[in-house]
Design a protein around this ligand. Sequence first.
Ligand SMILES: C[S@@+](CC[C@H](N)C(=O)[O-])C[C@H]1O[C@@H](n2cnc3c(N)ncnc32)[C@H](O)[C@@H]1O
Length: 386
Amino acid sequence: MIEAHGKEAVVRQRYAASAKERADKLCCPVDYQSKYLEAIPLEVIKRDYGCGDPSLYLREGETVLDLGSGTGKICFIAAQIVGARGKVIGVDMTDEMLEVARRNAPIVAEHIGYSNVQFRKGRIQDLALDLELLDRELQTNPITNAASFLAADELAEELRCKHPLVATDSIDVVVSNCVLNLVESKAKRQLFEEIFRVLRKGGRAVICDIVSDEEVPEEMQDDPELWSGCISGALTEEGVVRAFEDAGFYGIRILKRDVDPWRTVQGIEFRSVTVEAFKGKQGECFERNQAVIYRGPFKEVLDDDNHRMERGRRYAVCDKTYNLYRKAPYQEFFEFVDPIVAVPLSEARPFDCSRTSLRHPKESKGQHYNATIEANSKCCDGGSCG
Ligand SMILES: C[S@@+](CC[C@H](N)C(=O)[O-])C[C@H]1O[C@@H](n2cnc3c(N)ncnc32)[C@H](O)[C@@H]1O
């Protein structure tokens, strides 16, 4: 059986070698947008060990964090999409990968005309710990006995607090391309919590990874070749969605799922998926007399806060839910009803979000609303109401 740290050592060893020389077996072919590849040196493009393209979902001006950035391909593509106003941070734990990425960063910057990419050394399940800072400290105070081991542990904790590798609430979009599966099973929960921590409220994760259609048996997980080859550390397709839910994300959806498996091992299919998840449903609930109507097409829906809504009915929602629904990924599914008399946030009462209640139209209009108004000329202009 490979131990947890053993798995990480095997992964590091395999990717150190793959940074130096291209390894074909690690690659699940992806068509990246060719216009962005022109600015990237061949050395980087050749060492493509991805399984999808999270850069397709990025926008100008965003701050992006790429988990397991390898030789930097996704970071260099992202750099061009987010532009000079945006920023890209790649994190990887393998020195040889970081060396190739850092050496090529100034070349890409020269080609695109600006520099907005940084590469940092860390483990993606512990995004607060800067491994280069820790390395430096340990050179001065090496671990030689139990006491210095405990002191190093304390030092690591201090570094996490005082000089975090990636600060809390600092990132617009966390992306990753074929890396989450490589993190040992016991640390996967912490990995999703770390993604949640570093995202700002309203930020999102766009993760491309290999998933399995069935649980992977332990013997397969213990096979170093299958583990480090992005196979047997895969979460199930159900498990990856649950992991996001458990970490507090909302609006989780599968953006892409390859129909054909990349590989099938002992009858278990392993394929690439791209999953998106949002941070920001946490916070207080206030009553501002707003309502929403689920447009369909399903007869009813259930959101990540357990609001269950039937198609076509008018529901009372708190100000927070109302504003979440007005943005991606929800807005196209709802009609929004503002009250005729707005309730200022400063005067709003707490709203009980633990149950879903219907909202009578009188609550939107006011209990004594009794107006009679001529036909709206905007609606029936030119005789057409359609
Ligand atoms: C399959 S490669 C993918 C590289 C890159 N994303 C790409 O698209 O080519 C996996 C990368 O993740 C890094 N990696 C694996 N586990 C990691 C961890 N726990 N923390 C940080 N980096 C990790 C490896 O060093 C390697 O560069």
